[in-house]
Design a protein around this ligand. Structure first.
Ligand code: NAD
Ligand code: TYD
Length: 355
């Protein structure tokens, strides 16, 4: 049995689906179902006794203690977080509440449970923190990619909250001996990605004939990884990672935002041509994000050397699969574009964008 938190979100739901598909041990899935959590992502597991979903907050110590005592997991994987940089800029509190105080509460609940385990189980137990490359800050165009030794220099409230959580996880290992693992992954993309993030937003806006809002000059660089590859990296780290170690995870795939948007437009031109003309006509440069990090890039040599992990998907194949998935799941998109989602789009991009 493993306990997964945030398993109804984008990466967490992909992880749970892949894990059970590969006959991993049963999963207790604890998720607060914020705007980003969606049980539809897990519909394939309806009625599957290997998956138990529990709606709740990682900060609810009584609930987490009960779940731990009842299910006695061999590992806790913490995906639960507020994850959208733009939302962290307009409202940082929720990020501190979940990402920092929530992680603190979870660590404390897990520590109390771990202390009760008999010896072999205690030694085998793992707490895996799913973190991000954004904790390292922004790279100059020609600077080497982030290694695990790179200083923490978080620039957004989101990045600062994730950096704080990573420090807590590190300290719980150093001080209490909790067997922790941390992954710092680059930008993910793929199925079930909430359409507030770059790639799904561009796909769903293009299909709706809406502007494709590119922040600033669009030359900001991210290192994109297909979500299935992130899931395989997490499985490798959980199985073979060294307690106390951190692992950078990335796709060796740096892309400027504007180039991504153009590739999405070209794929849609091929797969679902718009009689009104090429989708690139919808590209619109809008005001830049405050404090926008210019470049992220991951040096993923440690996880390859120690654990033999490399991404399986190329960006061309992964992006095509992703665009196809969105074309085939218009009902999923419609459902997540709820009232709360429209309010966010109106605040961020103006009322016309939400219409
Ligand atoms: P997401 O926003 O899609 O999902 C987050 C999930 O956590 C949602 O299901 C939400 O309901 C749940 N949640 C939020 N607050 C909670 C709380 N207090 N208690 C329990 N559940 C709560 O995020 P994601 O993109 O799937 O990211 C998952 C993790 O991976 C995050 O920790 C994020 O920082 C990290 N990460 C994301 C990326 C990326 O590109 N998306 C890259 C690297 C790391
Ligand atoms: P995002 O998907 O929000 O991920 P992150 O900020 O965590 O990297 O954004 C990816 C990049 O795309 C980032 O440089 C901001 C940019 N972006 C836009 O240009 N327009 C948009 O509407 C969004 C949501 C993001």
């Amino acid at each position: 049995m493993i306990l997964v938190t945030g398993g109804a979100g984008f990466i967490g739901s992909n992880f749970v689906l892949d894990w059970l598909d590969r006959d991993g041990d049963p999963v207790v899935n604890l998720d607060a179902l914020t705007y980003a959590g969606n049980l539809r992502n897990l519909a394939a597991l309806d009625g599957d006794p290997r998956h138990r979903f529990v709606r709740g907050d990682i900060g609810d110590r009584a609930l987490v203690a009960t779940l731990l005592a009842e299910h006695r997991p061999r590992a806790v994987l913490n995906f639960a977080a507020e994850s959208h940089v733009d939302r962290s800029i307009s409202g940082p509190e929720a990020f501190l509440r979940t990402n920092v105080m929530g992680t603190l509460a979870l660590l404390e609940s897990v520590r109390a449970y771990w202390a009760t385990l008999p010896d072999p189980e205690r030694a085998a137990f793992r707490f895996l923190q799913v973190s991000t490359d954004e904790v390292f800050g922004s790279l100059a165009p020609d600077a080497p990619a982030f290694t695990e030794q790179h200083r923490y220099e978080p620039n957004s409230p989101y990045a600062a909250s994730k950096a704080s959580a990573d420090h807590l996880v590190r300290a719980w290992h150093h001080t209490y001996g909790l067997p922790v693992l941390t992954t710092n992954c680059s930008n993910n993309y793929g199925p079930y990605h909430f359409p507030e993030k770059l790639i799904p937003l561009m796909i769903v806006n293009a299909l709706a004939g809406k502007p494709l809002p590119v922040y600033g000059d669009g030359r900001q660089v991210r290192d994109w990884l297909y979500v299935g590859d992130h899931c395989s990296a997490i499985r490798a780290v959980l199985a073979r990672g060294r307690p106390g170690q951190t692992y950078n995870v990335g796709g060796w795939n740096e892309q400027a935002n504007i180039d991504i948007v153009r590739q999405i437009c070209a794929l849609l031109d091929e797969l679902k041509p718009d009689p009104a003309g090429p989708y690139a006509r919808l590209i619109t440069h809008v005001a830049d994000r405050p404090g926008h990090d210019r470049r992220y890039a991951i040096d993923a040599r440690r996880i390859e050397a120690e654990l033999g992990w490399r991404p399986a998907e190329t960006f061309a194949s992964g992006l095509r699969r992703t665009v196809q998935w969105y074309l085939e799941h218009a009902d999923w998109v419609r459902e997540v574009q709820s009232g709360a989602y429209r309010e966010w789009i109106a605040r961020q991009y103006g009322p016309a964008a939400a219409a």
